[in-house]
Write a protein that binds this ligand. Structure first.
Ligand code: DQA
Length: 153
């Protein structure tokens, strides 16, 4: 039987992780983050499908695709967190648990980063734990999947 899937979605500029503003985002590259999430998920019998895109519409497509292919989503919408009604609406449209993650503590940063358009339609948010936040978000998501939680409840 095929392993159950979790979608890991990363938004714009996260392909540069490790090189991009290391004082804020650390020196771990995206590949290593994906491995960390894969290891965490594997312990609970889940496989990871990872997608990174710099384009808003791609992220909307992946969120929609998850509905039929995944048990839940860990997403870092990156800058789109603060601007994208389309990503919020896509999350809201599906019936899967979704956990939002931010590497940096966005609440300690510029005021425009304090608001997340997507967080209110997610099941949880992990902020400010560096890239370890992805592991924590994955564990949290697996708990929500076990509980049978759906977003907006
Ligand atoms: C981020 C925070 C966002 O404000 C920023 O635009 C990012 C990364 C984070 O993981 O801390 O690209 O989502």
């Amino acid at each position: 039987m095929a392993a159950k899937q979790i979608f890991l979605l990363n938004g714009p500029n996260l392909n540069l992780l490790g090189k991009r503003e290391p004082d804020t985002y650390g020196r771990t590259c995206l590949e290593d983050v994906v491995q960390l999430v894969e290891q965490t998920a594997k312990e609970y019998g889940y496989e990871i499908a990872h997608y990174q895109s710099n384009h808003e519409g791609d992220l909307v497509d992946y969120i929609q695709e998850a509905q039929d292919k995944a048990e839940g989503i860990v997403i870092n919408p990156a800058a789109y967190t603060h601007t994208s009604v389309a990503i919020r609406d896509a999350i809201s449209a599906i019936e899967l648990p979704v956990i939002e993650v931010h590497i940096s503590n966005v609440h300690r940063r510029e005021p425009f980063r304090h608001e997340s358009l997507s967080a209110p339609v997610c099941d949880g948010q992990i902020v400010g734990f560096g890239v370890d936040g992805y592991r924590l978000a994955t564990l949290g998501l697996i708990e929500k999947i076990k509980e049978g939680r759906r977003n907006n409840e």
